[in-house]
Design a protein around this ligand. Structure first.
Ligand SMILES: Nc1ncnc2c1ncn2[C@@H]1O[C@H](COP(=O)(O)OP(=O)(O)OP(=O)(O)O)[C@@H](O)[C@H]1O
Ligand SMILES: [Mg+2]
Length: 249
C-alpha cells in the first residue's frame, strides 16, 4: 500500500471530539447559512482545496454531518472522479453504482442514494472511475443531477479533486452555489492558495470562504486561555481540535 494511504483517516465528529472541533464546524455551518440566499431549492456546495491531502473529504463529511445534526436533509456526493475515497472512509464496499453511472442514467428519477443512518445524511459514491473525468464532470448530465438533487435536499455537498491539480473542479464550480476552499496550514503556501482562488474565480465560482485546516494552536501561538483568542480560533475555522492530541498529517 502506498505510504500516503496508510495513515489516512476520517475523523467524524463524535462524543469524544473536542469542544473546539465541534464548535468550529457549527461556525462553518452558520457562516454558510448566512452567505447563501434562499433560492427556493436546496444549496449545492463544493468543498475543495489547492493540492491533494489538505482535508477536503474530512471537511465534506463533517460539514454534511453538522448540517444533518441541525435537521437539514443532506446528500454528500463524491465528485472526485480521479480517486474518490469517500466510500472507503465511510466503510462502504466499492460500488460500480455511483455518480459516474448515474450520469449515464437517462431517467433522473432513478438516481439512487445511500442513507447513512449512523451519520444522518445520504451519500452518493463516485462509482467506477471514468477515463474522461473532466468531460463527465462538466457534462449537462452532471448539471442535471446536481439540479435534481437540489430540489430533493436542503444541502448537496460535493467532495472534489484539488483545484490546482486537475481541471475537473473549476469546471464543476460553475454548477454549484458556493465553494468552500480548504487550506491546510502547513501544506500550502500563499501563492498556491491564491492560484486556486484565482482559478476558481476565473470560472466565475462563488468562493464563500476558506476553512483553515490542520490548524496548530501551539504553532501559531494562539492561546485559548482568554475569550478573545478562543473566539479567533473558532472564527478562522481552526478545527484542529484532534490535532492537539493526535498526529497532525
Ligand atoms: N484537521 C485535521 N487535523 C489532522 N489531520 C487531518 C485534519 N484534516 C484531515 N486530516 C488528515 O489528512 C489526511 C487527508 O485528509 P483527506 O482525505 O480528508 O484530504 P483530501 O483533501 O480529501 O485528500 P485528497 O486530495 O487525496 O482527496 C487524512 O489522513 C486526514 O485524517
Ligand atoms: Mg478527498
Amino acid at each position: 500500500m502506498p505510504a500516503n494511504k496508510i495513515n489516512r483517516q476520517l475523523n467524524v465528529i463524535n462524543e469524544n471530539s473536542s469542544f473546539g472541533y465541534v464548535e468550529a464546524y457549527k461556525a462553518l455551518r452558520a457562516n454558510i447559512q448566512y452567505l447563501l440566499p434562499d433560492t427556493g431549492r436546496g444549496h449545492v456546495l463544493m468543498v475543495t482545496s489547492s493540492i491533494p491531502g489538505e482535508g477536503k473529504s474530512n471537511v465534506s463529511v463533517n460539514l454534511a454531518y453538522t448540517l444533518a445534526q441541525d435537521g437539514k436533509n443532506v446528500v454528500l456526493v463524491d465528485c472526485d472522479l480521479r480517486k474518490g475515497t469517500l466510500h472507503r472512509y465511510l466503510n462502504i464496499p466499492a460500488l460500480t453504482n455511483g455518480l459516474s453511472s448515474m450520469l449515464e442514467e437517462p431517467d433522473i428519477e432513478k438516481i439512487k442514494v445511500l442513507l447513512l443512518q449512523k451519520y444522518g445524511f445520504c451519500f452518493i459514491p463516485c462509482g467506477a472511475l471514468p477515463s474522461n473525468p473532466s468531460e463527465i464532470i462538466g457534462s449537462e448530465a452532471m448539471r442535471n443531477v446536481l439540479s435534481h438533487l437540489s430540489y430533493n435536499y436542503d444541502y448537496v455537498i460535493c467532495d472534489t479533486a484539488p483545484v490546482n491539480a486537475v481541471a475537473d473542479t473549476s469546471i464543476l464550480s460553475r454548477f454549484v452555489d458556493g465553494v468552500v476552499l480548504v487550506v491546510s496550514q502547513n501544506d500550502v503556501n500563499r501563492n498556491t492558495v491564491l492560484l486556486a482562488k484565482e482559478t476558481l474565480e476565473n470560472a466565475n465560482a462563488n468562493v464563500l470562504g476558506v476553512v483553515l485546516n490542520k490548524y496548530d494552536v501551539k504553532q501559531t501561538g494562539t492561546d485559548n486561555s482568554n475569550y478573545y483568542s478562543y473566539y479567533n480560533y473558532n472564527y478562522y475555522g481552526g478545527y484542529g481540535g484532534y490535532g492537539e492530541d493526535q498526529n497532525k498529517q
